[in-house]
Design a protein around this ligand. Sequence first.
Ligand SMILES: *[C@@H]1O[C@H](CO)[C@@H](O)[C@H](O)[C@H]1NC(C)=O
Ligand SMILES: [Zn+2]
Length: 442
Amino acid sequence: MTVARVPVNICNSQDETCGCQSGVWTASVIILSIGSWVGKVGPRPADDEVAHLISPRERLETVRQVLSEVPLIDGHNDLPWNIRNFVHNQLAEFNFNTDLRQVAPWSKSAWSQTDLVRLREGMVGGQFWAAYVPCDSQHLNAVQLTLEQVDLIKRLIEKYSQNMQFAASSREILEAHGNGKIASLIGVEGGHSLGSSLAVLRTLYQLGVRYLTLTHTCNTPWAKSSSVEDKDEDEGGLTAFGKAVVQEMNRLGMLIDLSHTARATMRDALRTSKAPLIFSHSSAFAICNSSRNVPDDILKQLAANGGLVMVTFYNYFVKCGSQATISDVAEHIYYIRKLIGVDHIGVGGDFDGINKTPRGLEDVSKYPELFAELLRSGEWNVLDLKKVAGLNLLRVLRQVERVRDDMRTAGATPSEEYLQNSPDTIGKCALDINSVQRVMEV
Ligand SMILES: *[C@@H]1O[C@H](CO)[C@@H](O)[C@H](O)[C@H]1NC(C)=O
Ligand SMILES: [Zn+2]
């Protein structure tokens, strides 16, 4: 989800009693499949072979074979928020299994790039669906709205179970892909969705949420966002409670997502986490100096921790301007590969959360074109493509699951840290539960 959404200041229209807080597979198939899959093009190159494929058609055929073997897992898609916006979560009014370019209001929106027809064409094998709610709901009804978005994603998966399968682990992603379905995972975008409560975090995990983006465009009482101007850019990323959130995520086995966070938050989280971290939709700061992109020093720390940056496609983060092309996205990937290696790259298009897409990468049907573009450089072998497509994310998720299992074995118990004086628990918009006197009921 990008920043550019119409900001609605709900506080203006609210009564004063509730003050204004809104601020803002691996069967790494080493077979030289000599079979008939390619028709007239010939077998794809071996995993470790640099692919010198001359024709665009050969490159696309190779990519299609690769993506049938390994799930292409995208880090971030904002379709659930558009369903909220356009049809108020009324799935009866929403046909996902059709070309939405032909259906209003989707056809009229610059923010719509996703439907099942094009996901199939794009060979998407896994998707983190964003349970995003606006920062304006922080300290108000953010937790309820987040639960409604989680419910929406689950109902969507259920309604389209012929094409989608819920996944909450590395094993379940591979099972879904093996069944020919889109492994559908849930990510919550923004720590404001927690209502400053580890109990809410644990409950979201129980519901199947597998990543939390520590912030969206607002600071939380415990973490700094990249979108909020700050004099001291290097200090005060995570508070003690913020670090407790990260540690509890390690204990639960939830991915920590640093997209949207301030640099200081990135550094603190990298220092605190026992498990690798991700950026679910961010690109390279060295190429486009948006605060939504990842600086080199952070990329190096991310790699040292075994993590992953899922390169994003929004023109303003690719080229720092309104125009970009598929080759410009590839440049980010080449740059990151040179800096920290191919093991730390994925893709997180942010489709349905952006309104300007690169030429050649207009919607979810175009992922194979991006991988074909990488092959065009003549420097990529099939295994490299598999890593960027999904093997890297699967590795990171497995490692996160291993840290969880190790902590369980070591006897770690649920954290009882809490945040004192949070606007989520005291103040005009919350009942201060600790102040409630016991009433005798008769
Ligand atoms: C990005 O670079 C431009 C041009 O050098 C500069 O004006 C701008 O302040 C930079 N932005 C950030 C976030 O560093
Ligand atoms: Zn976002």
